[in-house]
Design a protein around this ligand. Structure first.
Ligand code: NAP
Length: 282
């Protein structure tokens, strides 16, 4: 059991429903592996207390925070500085605290895209993407994908206005490569043109486990398929793709790479990714 002393460097994940979070096991395994006097623990904070808690933590021996639902936007008003990419995304999930000053980052998109590059061996600039979903995680992934200047990104969403808003902003500010689509249109020609299909919706995890965000007939063996979901490890989409011989990457990769980036932001050290992976996925 870790002993916490006055010099122990602290970090926390802050949200309203974080009992299931794998981040404490992942980060504490990394601190232990590197022999650091540091400890990471989860905090369920009520909405009316969020500002008071953040201001208080900045006066304590904190090096960083992970910010999750519902605070990824609210944290913006407590920051002294914001990373340029997080500014475009418009949401922050990682905060570095140094000398009482808070700097915000967004590691979701970079974590996912590094997963595609490192674990999937993809060169983003060579690809055409079909991304399904235009929620918070999609917005982060879309921003980082666009910043790598791929051939094209089709973004399909049930609420097409959200896809239109993201594409319009990225086409203007990052790279003119984004095309919005309604999820219920005929996706066949867009899937046929794409080399990578990404599920960035909740479809495939409970209570929608066993469902796919797209018609599975769109899959073909040379399509690369990625999913943001890590529970279950294999969604119906990934399971079907894998059986067909597609290369796949799941949400574990996102979790690990974004954890690795956050660890480096807080500590300046290279994160022991293998140890972190064993701590959360066995
Ligand atoms: P979000 O902001 O709530 O967005 C959800 C997206 O899913 C929206 O595009 C929504 O479409 C779509 N959607 C939900 N139900 C649908 C349905 N029945 N039919 C069609 N579309 C549907 O959520 P988020 O924060 O982006 O998270 C998305 C997923 O990422 C979650 O599964 C989450 O677990 C996962 N995630 C994984 C990691 C990781 O480390 N691997 C990290 C963060 C999140 P509308 O816009 O039309 O509502």
């Amino acid at each position: 059991m870790k002993t916490i002393g006055v010099n122990t460097k602290l970090a926390s994940i802050i949200g309203t429903d974080i009992g299931h979070s794998k981040s404490p096991a992942m980060m504490n395994a990394a601190f232990e592996e590197l022999g650091m006097d540091a400890y990471y623990f989860p905090m369920n904070i009520q909405e009316e207390d969020f500002g008071t808690v953040v201001k208080g933590l900045s006066k304590m021996n904190y090096m960083g925070l992970t910010i999750t639902i519902p605070y990824k936007l609210e944290i913006l008003s407590y920051l002294d500085e914001i990373d340029p990419l997080a500014k475009i995304i418009g949401a922050v999930n990682t905060v570095r605290i140094q000398d009482g000053k808070l700097k915000g980052f967004n590691t979701d998109g970079e974590g996912f895209v590094r997963g595609l590059e490192v674990d999937g061996g993809l060169i983003i600039a060579d690809q055409t993407f079909l991304v399904i979903g235009a929620g918070g995680v999609s917005r982060a992934i879309m921003t980082v994908l666009a910043s790598r200047r791929p051939k094209k990104i089709y973004l399909a969403n049930r609420t097409v206005e959200k896809a239109e808003e993201i594409c319009e902003k990225l086409n203007r500010e990052v790279c003119p490569c984004c095309v919005p689509l309604p999820l219920d249109c005929n996706l066949e020609p867009f899937a046929a043109e794409s080399t990578v299909l990404i599920n960035a919706t909740n479809i495939g995890m409970p209570p929608m486990e066993g469902k796919s965000p797209v018609d599975l007939s769109l899959l073909r063996p040379d399509l690369f398929v990625a999913d943001v979901i890590y529970n279950p490890r294999r969604t119906l989409l990934l399971e079907t793709a894998e059986k067909m011989g597609c290369r796949v990457v799941n949400g574990q990769s996102l979790l690990l790479h974004q954890g690795k980036i956050a660890f480096q932001i807080w500590t300046g050290k290279e994160a022991p990714v293998d140890v972190m992976a064993r701590a959360v996925f066995g």
